[in-house]
Design a protein. Structure first.
Length: 193
């Protein structure tokens, strides 16, 4: 049985807003906000199916391995991506506790018309060991991962229900007119004497 996801669900608008915000950052050359949004979004999607008591790290790595790295040829591991996420989100840098301890490699990013291979070659010439990813490739890999995740979840009614319940906790915006109409329908009109 396949359970379809419909654009009328509230999470769909949030996902589209997130996608548009990431693309807006790309269009305006806002590298750090773009990377912050992408890595935060990976966290959110990984968390939608996190097991009880599972760490953010473990859920992130599992989701990235399952949905991002199987369909995209990055030279990094899911743990490298998690370390990059920690560096970007916590300090706007490529460094993290995992990279400093040698458990993961730092990732640096090509942007716009720059070529990741040239950035990688430059790093090698300078004797550096960072991995290179083009931001567009990271964004595209995440977008494809979301599609694959949603399609995978839609084939399993239990997971689909859990997904909807978890996404139902996302903050959503409600137009003030809707709130006003609701309140007007709940408050009795003042009595006229």
């Amino acid at each position: 049985m396949t359970v379809s996801f419909q654009p009328r669900h509230p999470y769909y608008k949030i996902m589209m807003d997130l996608k548009d915000s990431i693309e807006d950052c790309v269009a305006k050359g806002r590298t750090l906000p773009c990377l912050t949004l992408v890595y935060s979004a990976i966290d959110v999607f990984a968390g939608l199916e996190a097991q009880p008591g599972e760490s953010t790290k473990k859920a992130f790595v599992r989701w990235a391995e399952t949905y991002m790295l199987k369909n995209h040829s990055f030279s990094c591991s899911a743990l490298d991506l998690y370390a990059a996420r920690c560096g970007i989100i916590h300090s706007f840098s490529a460094g993290s506790a995992l990279s400093r301890s040698g458990q993961a490699r730092k990732i640096i990013y090509a942007w716009g018309t720059a070529e990741a291979s040239k950035l990688e070659r430059t790093a090698q010439i300078l004797g550096r060991d960072e991995l290179t990813i083009h931001v567009r490739d990271l964004i595209d890999a995440f977008g494809l991962a979301v599609i694959n995740h949603v399609e995978d979840v839609s084939r399993h009614p239990d997971r689909h229900q859990h997904f909807l319940e978890a996404a139902g906790h996302w903050l959503a915006s409600i137009p003030s007119e809707v709130v006003d109409k609701f309140l007007d329908s709940q408050i009795p009109p003042p009595s006229q004497s």
